[in-house]
Each structure stands twice: as C-alpha cells, then as structure tokens.
Ligand binder design. Structure first.
Ligand code: F6R
Length: 609
C-alpha cells in the first residue's frame, strides 16, 4: 500500500522519480506526487489525485535529488491536498510515507502552532521534523529524523528531503524499504521494481534502520540502538537476479494476462533443481531441528486472500502426503490456539509479497507462542523472511497485476513440494507415491500451457455468459479452494458479484439465488470428486442456470453448456482448472472495460491491518 521512491545522483531527478512511480503504481493509485530539491535551494512539489499519469512532472532539469509517492488512501480521501509529499510550514522539508502513524492525532494536538493542510496521518512528520530542526542540539536532517521516528507509533517507511542539500534520509519500521546502488547515484524505494531499470545492486533495510543517501551515491545505514539510529551497520549488498523486463508488459495489454501466460515458465522456475523424481525426494532448503518432524502434530497455515486459498489447497496435501493434521486460518483471525503444543506445531505463512500486515501479525503471534515458523513467499528480502525460522521462495518472478495469478500456482507447487519433503522425512510417504506426485508436478507447466493454448474457448464463454447477474463457482475437495479463488478473481477485477462454494453446500441455501441469469462454473476434475460435483451442477441447471465446467480430459459431461478441458495431472488438475477461471475473469473484465491491473479500492501489497 503506497509506493515510495527517492533518487539522488548526477542526473535530472524528475524523470527518474516519475518512472519509479509508474513502476510502483500497483501499490496504490489514489494520487501521486513528487518533491524535488532545486539547484540552488528550495523545493518544487507537484501532486495530484488519481493515477500517476495525471501528474504533471515539474520541468527541473537541474534538480538531481527528489522523492515521489503513489498513494493507497488510509487517512483522508484521495484528494490533491491529501496526496504526498507533505511539507512543513515553511516548505523546507518534504516527506513521503507508506504505513499508518497510529498516534497521529495526539501528535497533531501537540503541534497546534503548526499549519496543517491535509487530513493525513503523514503530515505530522514534516511538522515534527520542522520542530526538531529548530533545536540547535539537532545537527542535521538525519538526527532530526531519528528524533521524530522515536515519537511515531504504528508502521512507516519514510523518505525525507530538505531544501538545503541533495540528500535523502529514510527510515523504516513495519513497511518495506530497499536501497539501490547506482553509479554515482543512490535510490530508495518500497520495492526494487521502482529502479530495476537502473540498478540491480540492492540493500534491504531492516525495521529500525535509518539510511542517509548523499549526492555522490554514498549510502550509510544506522540501526536502532539505545539511542535510535546511532549505530552504523553493514546490511550488505545483494544482486537482484531477474531482469527489469520481467516486470514489463512485453506486448500484453495487461500485466494480469501476461502473468497468467507466464505460469508455465514460472512453474518451471519454482520446481527447477528442487525435485529428484528417481529418489522421490525434494530439496527446498528448508530444514528442521532433529526429531521435530517425527513429533510434528499439526501444521497451521496462515495467509490472506488468494494466498489463503493456496494454503487451503496445500492443507489437503499436507494431510495426504505428510500425514499431519493441517489447518488453515485467515491470518487476521489467527491465534495460536489453546491446547496445542508449540514445539510440535509448524506454522506456515503463505504470502506473495512477504509484507502483508495481517500475515506478519499472525507469524508474530506464532513466534510468541514458541512455534516453529516457515514462510512461503515470492519476495527476497521481504519482512516475513526475517521473522520466520526458514523460507521457501516460490520463484514466480515479479507479479505486478494487483490480482494474484501466477503466484497462486507457484505457491501451491512450492507447498506441495514441502508436503512431499515433510512426508518423506517423516516416513509417511513411500518413495513410489512421492515419485507419482512429483511426476504430476513435472507435468504441470505443460498442462497449464495446453489450457493457455485453448484460450479462445474460454474467451468465447466469457463473451456469451459474462453478463450474468451473479456467478457461482463450485467444487469439492481440492476443487473448493479453486472455486473460492475463481470467484475472488472475477469479483475483484470485473466488479461482478461472484461467490465460491463447496458444491454440496449449494442445496443448503445458495440454490435460492440460482436463476437463468446466474452462470455456475464448476471444477470437475481429478482431486475434485467430479461426478458428485456434477450432480450439484445438474441441480443448478434444473433451476435454469447455465453451467461451465472445467473437465478432466478423460471425462465428458454432455449436459454442460461449456466444457473446458483439463489435461491429466492427478492432484494438480484443479490447479490447472484455475487457469481457465483466471482467463474467464480476465475476459469478462476486459469485455466490460475494467481497469484490470488496478481494480478500484485495492492495492497489491496490503501493509495495513
Ligand atoms: C487477490 C490478491 C489478494 C492477496 C492478499 C495476500 O488477487 O492478490 O487476495 O492474495 O492480499 O497478499 P500476499 O500474498 O502478498 O500476502
């Protein structure tokens, strides 16, 4: 939620910051703004509600230091006044912020001599900085920021410039911030995608860090100590492996469709080098203390939204393949639970971004209870990786479309490998059974490709049935999380009413909603108790509903209005069926002219609780 970018170096800052904002727009698109340090002193600030393209970039070729912000509103509506950057009373200091300052009302009350111009929580920061700068005991901007962050409660990533020098100071606590090291230049941003076209050498800041970026590209990082920020630290430099064009549209009209089509290659990367089919073994680089897996009683999966549905899919695999009871919790509702033994429980956080506040909260509760924790994430250096005992990366590559697509597939694939690894190590899964699952996993990218190659079929179904009043997605067993995910995808990008159900539940209530204007989409594959599900579909058809089924290659249901074939990949067939449902959602939304990559009210990385 909210994207921030800063640049200081020897080139004109405005176009670099603007490009960074375009790259970060998936994090929020309620408003955008830029602050530049003018050559010879003073600040130029431009900001505007709406998308980044609404912003007029200041013509300031001599300004070589600037910060920018793209907003997902929390405090205050998406107006020009509430757009970042925010400044102090004298327009000497400009601040961009991602996160929520929970004690902003109390701080605002203290600053009654200052003139506020917005409704945001953020605006207290420049005014607090102004007050700190007025104190002679505070030598410079970094010292002022260290003093200010001591007063802040909540979460923040902030970047600050002042009119006096080409220099950016930045700090994080609870919201992501990464430094980019260029030649005679330095960048700071919420995410590496902001500056990946300029450098791949990065330093991930940790909570409590303050960074000082100077005009020659030097970056110093200070960690919170007894006196906050007083200790210089070396956070190391990492090289981002993927190329900048991985985050571009490559000829597709929308990131979402590009990312749907990237699933075969994403899945290959997820699996690559990790499975040994002959031995029925998996190497995920996740290790456990001796004896831990033998005594394991429960796996608790915590996640939100699409990641939660990937977790639901995996829970079934953990039970079947690893022989361990597995539960799935919505992260914001999670509590470790009475009567459980922390030393016999593994808590798995599934999170594409690694920054979802609800999921981080759940992991912190699990850690506090003393459980062992693992993260399954797409994002190197993300906060979750620092909070858990071990991390399995899903390696799906950057996902820019707000609606998660390829990362769902790669999450399920990674979790299924974890299930095999645990099952084998516990002795719960025979080598032959592991081989069979891993064979199916190896066949998964090819099966997804076959579905993608048949896109015209689902495009036609979307055009014929896409104007329904509501859409019901049904499945059984592994088809249930896919039905839930299919409905989520359709509702978030098309704004149509869609619901997912366990097919058997239709007759316990939802059938009352079924009419000739409510298409039913069903998962009728292996792993999804297809013939029982088909009985429920028939009940809906009897009430007039058109039915679209994702059907195993081996089966045929003549009564379906549309049959979308799913190649034979055993346990993973519902996951392949999901690709049909992603394309259905995409084409319905596209036919209705929706802003597919930026659905209203949403953002990619949800860093508020
Ligand atoms: C839906 C979607 C969201 C995310 C959820 C969790 O398409 O993308 O439901 O799955 O916000 O995000 P992560 O996986 O980053 O924790």
């Amino acid at each position: 939620m909210c994207g921030i970018i800063g640049y200081v170096g020897d080139e004109a800052a405005a176009p670099i910051v603007y490009q960074g904002l375009e790259n970060l727009e998936y994090r929020g698109y309620d408003s955008a703004g830029i602050a530049l340090v003018n050559d010879g002193g003073g600040l130029t600030v431009a900001k505007r509600s709406g998308e980044v393209s609404n912003l007029t970039v200041p013509d300031a070729p001599d300004a070589t230091c600037g910060i920018g912000h793209t907003r997902w509103s929390t405090h205050g509506p998406p107006t020009d006044a509430n757009a970042h950057p925010h400044t102090d009373c004298t327009d000497s200091i400009a601040v961009v912020h991602n996160g929520i300052i929970e004690n902003h009302e109390e701080l605002r009350a203290e600053l009654d001599a200052h003139e506020f111009t917005s409704d945001t929580d953020t605006e207290v920061v420049p005014h607090l900085l102004e007050a700190a700068r007025a104190d002679e005991a505070v030598p410079d901007l970094r010292a002022a920021l260290e003093r200010v962050i001591d007063r802040l409660e909540g979460s923040y990533a902030v970047c600050v410039v002042d009119r006096e020098a080409d220099r950016i100071v930045a700090a994080r606590d609870g919201s992501p911030l990464v430094i980019g090291h260029g030649e005679d230049a330095a960048f700071v941003a919420s995410d590496v995608t902001a500056f990946l076209d300029r450098t791949r050498e990065v330093t991930y800041l940790e909570d409590g860090d303050v960074a000082d970026l100077s005009a020659d590209g030097d970056v110093e990082v200070f960690a919170a100590g007894d006196a906050a920020g007083s200790e210089p630290v070396d956070r190391g430099v990492e090289t981002v492996e993927w190329e900048a064009d991985a985050a571009e549209k490559a000829g597709y009209e929308h990131y979402m469709r590009k990312e749907i089509h990237e699933q075969p290659s994403a899945l290959r990367q997820t699996i690559s080098g990790r499975i040994d089919i002959d031995r029925g073994r998996v190497d995920l680089d996740v290790s456990f203390p001796p004896g831990f897996l033998a005594d394991l009683e429960e796996i608790q999966i915590v996640a939100c939204g699409t990641s939660n549905y990937a977790g639901r899919y995996a829970a079934r695999l953990f039970e079947d393949l690893a022989g361990v009871r597995a539960t799935v919790e919505i992260a914001s509702e999670y509590d470790f639970g009475a009567g459980r033994s922390p030393d016999r429980t593994l808590v798995v956080a599934v999170t594409q971004s690694g920054e979802t506040a609800d999921t981080l909260g759940a992991i912190r509760r699990a850690n506090a209870a003393g459980a062992r924790t693992v993260a399954v994430t797409n994002t190197l250096g993300s906060t979750v990786t620092r909070e858990v005992d071990d991390t399995a990366f899903i390696r799906a590559g950057p996902e820019i479309g707000v609606a998660a697509t390829k990362t769902f597939a790669s999450q399920v694939a990674t979790l299924s490998m974890l299930a095999v690894a645990i099952g084998r190590e516990r002795g719960a899964l025979a080598a032959a059974d592991a081989r069979s699952v891993l064979e199916d996993l190896r066949g998964l990218p090819g099966a997804v490709q076959q579905v993608l190659d048949a896109e015209d079929r689902v495009r036609a179904a979307a055009s014929e049935y896409g104007d329904g009043e509501a859409f019901f997605f049904v499945g059984r067993d592994l088809g249930v999380p896919v039905a839930l995910e299919g409905a989520l995808k359709l509702k978030e990008i098309s704004y149509d009413h869609a619901e997912g159900f366990a097919a058997g539940e239709l007759k316990h209530g939802p059938l009352a909603l079924v009419t000739a204007d409510t298409p039913v989409l069903a998962v009728l594959t292996a792993g999804g108790r297809a013939s029982e599900t088909m009985n429920n579909v028939t009940e809906a058809q009897t009430r007039g509903a058109p039915a679209i089924g994702c059907v195993s290659a081996a089966d045929e249901y003549d009564t379906l209005d549309v049959s979308l074939p799913v190649p034979d990949v055993g346990t993973f067939e519902p996951l392949v069926a999901n690709v049909h449902l992603q394309l259905f959602a995409y084409h319905v939304a596209n036919d209705n002219g929706r802003p597919i990559d930026k659905p209203r009210n949403l953002a990619k990385s949800v860093t508020v609780e």
